[in-house]
Design a protein around this ligand. Structure first.
Ligand SMILES: Nc1ncnc2c1ncn2[C@@H]1O[C@H](COP(=O)(O)OP(=O)(O)OP(=O)(O)O)[C@@H](O)[C@H]1O
Ligand SMILES: [Mg+2]
Length: 216
């Protein structure tokens, strides 16, 4: 499913260069629940951004479903991402002036009635049916995270990338979100989930431990 070959991820700050990922090579097979762990600053978010086609690596190759994603033009990479990848961000990244429903619909590849009913169904499943016309600021943190999850799942993508989806949640909501991820995993999806604690232990089928941008 995913092949990461000699990937280096850097950020430029003026003349300085920060190496966030250092010559990383690893595979994630289809259907894995890969838990990415490591101390703060070890490159976990950088890895997810690179996998999501949002950050071009300074060196190396990322192949997802036999597609070298950075060999694609920006437009084709965007279309590939929209169809193949669902992303749950560390900070949710909901649009403050859109309703919960419209935030979910942001991910839509097609703005048809079928997608709209799927968006509503997902919100219902996540216990947010009654909140669909609210704006994110009117939601609790757990509800925001579930909105972000619904958005990630809208196109039924085969690959889900989630960056600390439980990081801002109390244990009960964290448990709910993890249970949902476990359910998604059971349907044959591939998941790459950044987690800080041992919370994903019960679902993870692969462990990726980073330390200073390398496998620990
Ligand atoms: N936009 C950026 N510009 C410059 N440096 C960055 C940028 N984003 C991340 N970094 C640096 O890259 C390194 C890896 O960052 P990254 O966000 O991938 O870590 P992380 O493992 O996700 O940490 P956390 O657990 O705190 O979220 C860190 O040293 C960080 O300071
Ligand atoms: Mg991070």
């Amino acid at each position: 499913m995913i092949k990461i070959k000699h990937v280096t991820g850097t950020y430029k700050k003026g003349t300085a260069e920060i190496k966030a990922l250092d010559d990383l090579t690893l595979d994630i097979a289809e259907g894995e629940f890969a838990a990415v762990q490591g101390p703060s600053g070890s490159g976990k978010t950088t890895l997810l951004m690179i996998l999501g086609g949002m950050l071009r690596p300074a060196a190396g190759q990322v192949t997802i479903q036999d597609q070298d994603i950075y060999a694609l033009s920006t437009g084709r990479r965007n279309r590939f991402r929209a169809a193949q990848i669902g992303f749950v961000f560390q900070m949710f990244h909901l649009v403050p002036y859109l309703s919960v429903f419209d935030n979910v619909m942001l991910a839509a590849v097609k703005l048809d009635a079928r997608t709209r009913s799927r968006a509503q169904r997902l919100l219902d499943e996540f216990g947010l049916g009654h909140r669909s016309t609210h704006r994110p600021e009117e939601l609790s943190t757990g509800e925001r995270q579930r909105t972000a999850m619904a958005r990630a799942l809208l196109n039924d993508p085969p690959l889900i990338l989630a960056d600390e989806p439980t990081g801002n949640l109390d244990p009960e909501n964290a448990g709910l979100v993890l249970d949902h991820l476990g359910e998604i995993h059971k349907t044959g999806r591939t998941l790459v989930v950044v987690t800080h604690g041992h919370e994903a232990e019960r679902f993870a089928t692969q462990h990726i431990c980073l330390r200073q941008g390398r496998l620990a």
